[in-house]
Design a protein around this ligand. Structure first.
Ligand code: 5AD
Length: 365
């Protein structure tokens, strides 16, 4: 079967196997790549027309107990000044998302699981639930116990993002510290499903020694996990991390990883269809003018603009080149609206923007 035929069949709903997914990712030329993006964008429009779901992103603490080899806020990076926003600051940021009509917020932080942290998050969730806006709340706070996941769910969180980072156990082991286990990550994802969350996962794209076959296996992992949401972006070396020092960027590599990431978005959309897929900030870090818009045109349907104070933005740099470091949330919002309008897309205001997949998955249980 030639590429065109494989793409046509997949776009029509046939389920490709992992080898076929790898072929789809490796569009042989520019025209094939454009056809891939166009087909994925059509499927995106089938599920949410020309609307993009927004989530106000609140990076509420960079204190982290983990030492992931790629991440700028890893525990042993002494160059980072650590912060934790107060509950009032966090709720004010959520209020800002409500006022902007974003409909949902994402609370993201470094990983901690001490009782004080668990209680703080619970209190934040309760206060956000009491706000006059009906906000869909997503958490992105790493691996936690079943009890913690349950407690946060009951306090009002409905979605959880926990990336597998790479579905290949060997790559996973190479980029994580020894105490961080692949099987624990998978178990945490299962736990989140049991606790009733809409579950999001994802990977970094363009990691050292990662091949198209690995990336195809990642998409197959999302399918087997029955994920509701996918967040993935290009890997970006961070100067103060072991991985970043070991494998510094050569000219052209960032643009290449951006291209790989866009293909991953497109093929993931074609294979998983009714899930939410984020056009992540990492795309924008490589192409500040149109990274996220290119993500939407390749099949993504979610954007997560920052809300809240710019004060801490510099201290939450997971990678080099984070965009919008000095722009306040109103400026971020205006820029986003303008750039969406340029590609003929509109934000879906004042809605949670749930992925259809979650409801289908619930019915099948
Ligand atoms: N490059 C790209 N993405 C990164 N993340 C962390 N560090 C980097 C990096 N150097 C991503 C991880 C994590 C998410 C919050 O940020 O995938 O899950």
């Amino acid at each position: 079967m030639n590429y065109e035929e494989l793409l046509r069949r997949t776009a029509a709903g046939a389920a490709p196997d992992t080898a076929e997914i790898a072929r789809l990712l490796q569009a042989p030329d520019e025209a094939a790549e454009q056809a891939l993006f166009a087909a994925a964008y059509e499927v995106k429009k089938e599920y949410c027309s020309n609307l993009v779901n927004l989530r106000g992103l609140i990076e509420f603490s960079n204190i982290c107990t983990r030492d992931c080899l790629y991440c700028g806020i890893r525990k042993s990076n002494r160059k980072v000044s650590r912060y934790q926003m107060s509950i009032d600051e966090i709720v004010a940021a959520a209020r800002c998302a409500g006022e902007f009509g974003y409909g949902s917020v994402v609370l993201q932080s470094g990983e901690r699981s001490d009782p004080e942290f668990v209680e703080q998050v619970t209190e934040i969730l309760r206060q956000i639930a009491a706000l006059p806006w009906d906000l869909g709340v997503t958490l992105s706070c790493g691996e936690q116990s079943p009890e913690t996941y349950r407690q946060w769910r009951e306090a009002g969180a409905k979605r959880y993002l926990l990336r597998i980072e790479s579905s290949d156990p060997e790559i996973f082991a190479r980029i994580h510290p020894p105490e961080c286990h692949y099987r624990d990550r998978v178990a945490a994802l299962e736990r989140l499903k049991t606790a009733g969350y809409q579950v999001g996962t994802g990977v970094m794209i363009g990691l050292p020694e990662q091949t198209w076959e690995h990336l195809a296996a990642d998409i197959d992992f999302f399918r087997r996990m029955d994920a509701d949401m996918i967040g993935m972006g290009p890997y970006l070396p961070q100067d103060d991390t072991p991985l970043g020092v070991q494998h510094p960027d050569l000219p052209g590599m960032a643009e290449q990883r951006l291209q790989m990431a866009l293909r991953m978005i497109a093929v993931t959309r074609l294979v998983l269809r009714d899930v939410n897929i984020a056009a992540t900030t990492a795309l924008q870090a490589i192409d500040p003018e149109s990274g996220r818009e290119r993500g939407i045109l390749a099949g993504a349907n979610v954007i997560m603009p920052n809300v809240g104070d710019v004060a801490h933005r510099r201290d939450y740099q997971l990678y080099n080149g984070k965009p919008d470091l000095d722009e306040n949330s109103a400026q971020v919002r205006q820029k986003l609206l303008d750039s969406l309008a340029r590609i003929g897309e509109r934000p879906r205001f004042n809605a949670h923007g749930d992925p259809e997949h979650f409801f289908t998955r619930m019915k099948q249980r």
